[in-house]
Design a protein around this ligand. Structure first.
Ligand SMILES: C[S@@+](CC[C@H](N)C(=O)[O-])C[C@H]1O[C@@H](n2cnc3c(N)ncnc32)[C@H](O)[C@@H]1O
Length: 330
């Protein structure tokens, strides 16, 4: 199995933590990454590492991070060989779920139009310019790149999914020392009460947590006083106090616990101690936003809805609707 040299990728971030009075986090993260990559390596890491390593070196690459597709460009046209290796390496990192990305001439049409979510969320944010940002459950890091494109000083994404990490590293391979990192850990793995981020995002994570109130408290602990939380999650219609807990799967997804109504979610946020809590967007997820593509060939939303009544999931629950909530830590 090809060895994944995690230190090569994460030492700059760990050094940054040490230099910014975060030795507690630096030590914990070093132990977690050693455990993950040396003591208990995932069976697919060798294959993904080989795909990453096979991506061709391209001189003078740069990125445009303020467009719907995160776009890598080069000063000179790629050779046929470079394009072939690029295609092959990126195909080795399938399925691509969150994006889109343009790797030079290769367009990755991902399962999700994550740019649509960004277009719904970003108009409501405090100016991201010069802010330090945490993106919890960041997937491939697509939104992290967009946050950097909006002027963030530093972006830290966390997500336990290792394929997502390799997809992120495929972009980063062409950008060198940019202050954007994806750390393959869960929210629960962070030290408590970091109190260091200006903005924390949690998009698409709350319903995966068995204890949503604890998730809100953990998120609050990451923020400095006056910092902003951006929470995006599945919701259902209903009065305050109502929430849906599926019997088993929801839209074929395992691991879905609580889908509150918006009034219930606002109450949870108040009780967790946030201030100035407001719902800025509620949108139904469509089969145009989440669909099968050439880069994600498994089933997608259309297969998870009732064919006779696409307003319902195949389990008979209301179809996916998502709300974005913004709040401040007092
Ligand atoms: C529905 S995706 C959302 C991805 C992205 N934030 C977006 O909005 O498009 C949920 C992500 O949360 C991650 N996740 C699940 N549980 C988590 C946890 N406890 N801590 C951090 N991330 C988690 C999953 O690996 C997955 O990538």
């Amino acid at each position: 199995m090809a060895f994944f040299d995690w230190r090569q990728h994460f030492t700059p971030f760990i050094t940054h933590l040490q230099q910014s009075d975060q030795s507690r986090w630096a030590d914990l993260l070093t132990r977690q990454l050693t455990h993950r990559f040396e003591d208990h390596p995932h069976g697919d890491v060798g294959r993904w590492q080989a795909a990453l390593a096979s991506l061709p070196l391209i001189d003078g690459a740069s990125a445009a991070l303020d467009r719907p597709a995160v776009t890598l460009t080069a000063p000179d046209a790629l050779t046929g060989d470079q394009n072939d290796h690029l295609q092959q390496g990126l195909r080795g990192l399938m399925p691509w779920r969150k994006g889109p990305f343009n790797f030079f001439d290769t367009v990755i049409d991902t399962e999700w139009r994550s740019d649509w979510k960004w277009d719904r969320v970003s108009p409501h944010l405090a100016d991201l310019n010069d802010r330090t940002i945490l993106d919890v459950g960041c997937g491939s890091g697509y939104h992290c790149w967009r946050m950097a494109g909006a002027g963030a000083k530093r972006v830290v994404g966390i997500d336990p999914g290792l394929l997502f990490m390799f997809q992120f590293l495929a972009v980063k391979k062409y950008l060198g020392a940019v202050p954007v990192d994806l750390i393959p850990v869960k929210m629960e793995d962070l030290p408590e009460n970091l109190e260091s981020f200006d903005t924390t995002f949690s998009m698409g994570v709350l319903y995966h947590r068995r204890s949503p109130l604890d998730h809100l408290l953990e998120l609050k602990g990451t923020l400095r006083r006056g910092g902003e939380l951006v929470l995006e999650t599945l919701v259902v219609d209903g009065p305050e106090g109502h929430s849906l807990m599926p019997e088993d799967r929801y839209g074929q997804m395992r691991n879905v616990w609580f889908m509150p109504s918006c009034p219930t979610l606002l109450r949870w946020m108040d009780r967790a101690g946030f201030r100035n809590v407001r719902v800025v967007d509620v949108s139904t997820t469509t089969t145009e936003e989440q669909r099968q593509t050439d880069w994600m060939r498994f089933n997608s939303l259309a297969d998870f809805l009732d064919p006779k009544d696409p307003s319902k999931t195949i389990e008979g629950y209301p179809g996916p609707k998502r709300a974005t909530i913004i709040a401040e830590k007092p």
